[in-house]
Design a binder for this molecule. Structure first.
Ligand code: SF4
Length: 529
């Protein structure tokens, strides 16, 4: 049949409008029949927070590591807000989350939403505050988002759970709700996100990262049990004071350096290095949300390698730059909310690049002052390149391609002996990566030891036992590397240990020998040898 014969007959304008009217009539009839003709539900949002309320309203924050929450609280207090942190989400929080949250949420939603409900219930039922006092005197500040995962619905989920728990009208605010003057009322909004705000928060997050990374590097080798934690607590107090009084952060870090360098370490026995990656909340929290995975691994004799929040900031900037470059290829300016209409794309790219390098520069400066030497933040272009063949960099949600790129980077650059990926129950992005794509990556890198664990909140024994089994292999890998290094440098274990113990430099907690293998001890063998 020729092309002319199969072409649809052309309609006259009258016939076309008749056809459209018939389709519209049919759509209306079907809509009525299916009961879809009702008014769209619009959620009532309590978001009244004005500048004049700052003095008598406490902002509740939580959801990161303990050090981060503590320092963010101080940073916000330093710029004039009343702030309090919530406890680390625990089983009780999960129970509240499941009681008042929607069905079918991912476990971080239950933990974080339940944690807020738990706190408010405590204020009402234990501290004796009235519901109205709580609603008037507190609000919860969180990050908003969008994309194909539940992160975009967190705020709605918080509001739903609070309503059902008897706190209808409690304010849950996202950073996106910040601004200057509201046009309708002429009043100044309570949350003012300006360069000063960003500078304080970003620095608090960076310092929290450095403190955590240093703690995880030193603690496994401490001679006196508990000495690292005691030093970290002292540092946190100094830094909290500094941020809340807007004092000199560099000076405070220098004071902390003096405290941390007194922690005695013994780096003469190789330990397996285990990285914890996965979904953002699940890998960052230090409680039941990931079965206390960090401390569990340390208790089993491993050195834990964590992922900082700075990585996440760099990833967000990278994503914005990537999306902008894609939009620049379009024929017309993109009209989307963060599109290019009315913007100078080149200027936007340069600003993002400047932000990316500024964050890296601040991180490295503070890291050197505090004593975190030889630590490199991941290069986001490199991570994207590594992940590209396995997971599209266009896919959004969760950690995106970053988790895939990280695993390859760990193997290729000998960063660890084993990787634990914490995958929350019900998390679509994380399940697709950990159970799907990472299986392919493992088959291409058979030397990798990769353990995905699912966090439902109630399977701690299972998760710990799976990690324990794989840790056995990682231990063997670390021991083999150590023995090889000894033989290559012609030392016995005893000789190596004797030399290390004799030198103040090699016993120093900040000493970081040149990177050759994942283990700091094995690298030390080469250096000593
Ligand atoms: S990434 Fe997964 S766990 Fe995290 S909010 Fe999205 S769906 Fe939930």
């Amino acid at each position: 049949m020729s092309e002319d014969q199969i072409r649809e007959p052309e309609l006259t304008p009258d016939e076309e409008s008749e056809l459209e009217a018939e389709v519209a009539r049919f759509a209306a009839e079907e809509s009525d029949r299916l009961g879809l003709g009702r008014d769209q539900y619009v959620e009532k949002v309590a978001d009244q927070f004005w500048a004049e309320d700052r003095a008598h309203t406490t902002l509740l924050v939580s959801g990161l590591s303990m050090a981060h929450d503590h320092l963010v609280q101080a940073a916000l207090a330093g710029i004039g807000y009343r702030v309090a942190t919530l406890d680390v989400p625990d089983q009780e929080a999960l129970r509240y989350g499941k009681e008042f949250g929607n069905r079918g949420q991912c476990s971080p939603t239950y933990f974080t939403v339940g944690n807020l409900v738990k706190e408010l219930v405590h204020k009402r039922d234990v501290e004796g505050m009235s519901t109205q006092e709580i609603i008037d005197g507190y609000l919860f500040l969180t990050a908003g988002g969008c994309g194909p995962c539940r992160f975009g619905m967190y705020v709605t989920e918080y509001r739903k759970a609070l309503r059902d728990a008897g706190f209808d009208g409690f304010r849950v605010m996202t950073f996106q709700m910040a601004g200057g003057i509201q046009q309708a009322t002429g009043k100044e909004l309570g949350l003012r996100i300006d360069p000063e705000f960003a500078w304080h928060i970003v620095r608090a997050l960076i310092v929290g990262d450095i403190l955590n990374i240093l703690g995880y590097r030193i603690r496994p080798y401490e001679v006196v049990p508990g000495s690292t934690d005691a030093a970290l607590e002292a540092c946190k107090a100094i830094l909290h004071d500094t941020f809340s009084h807007k004092a000199h952060v560099s000076l405070a870090l220098w004071k902390c350096r003096k405290i941390l360098r007194k922690v005695e370490v013994d780096r003469t026995r190789a330990k397996p290095v285990v990285s914890i990656i996965g979904e953002f909340f699940a890998m960052t929290t230090e409680g039941d949300g990931n079965y206390h995975m960090h401390r569990f691994l340390e208790g089993e004799g491993a050195e834990v390698e964590i992922q900082g929040i700075t990585n996440w900031l760099l990833f967000l900037i990278w994503e914005a730059g990537y999306d902008t470059s894609k939009r620049q290829e379009l024929r017309w300016d993109d009209l989307a909310r963060k599109g290019l209409q009315g913007k100078n794309a080149t200027k936007k790219q340069w600003s993002l690049r400047a932000g990316y390098w500024a964050i890296r520069a601040v991180f490295q400066t503070y890291a050197q002052i505090l004593g975190l030497h030889g630590y490199e933040l991941p290069n986001m272009d490199h991570i994207a390149k590594l992940a590209h063949d396995h997971y599209s960099t266009d896919v959004r949600g969760g950690e995106g391609h970053m988790e895939v790129g990280k695993l390859i980077h760990f193997v290729e650059d000998r960063i660890n002996h084993m990787t634990v990926s914490v995958k929350p129950f019900g998390c679509m992005p994380s399940s697709g990566v950990s159970d799907g794509v990472q299986t392919l990556v493992q088959s291409r890198f058979p030397e990798s030891i990769f353990v995905p664990i699912e966090t439902t909140g109630d399977q701690q024994v299972n998760a710990h036992s799976r990690v324990q089994m794989m840790l056995f292999k990682a231990r063997q890998k670390a021991a083999a590397e150590f023995e090889k290094a000894l033989s290559e440098t012609g030392q016995t274990r005893e000789e190596f240990a004797r030399r290390v113990r004799k030198s103040r430099w090699w016993r120093h907690p900040f000493t970081r020998p040149k990177h050759r293998t994942a283990s700091v001890v094995t690298n030390l063998v080469y250096e000593v040898g």
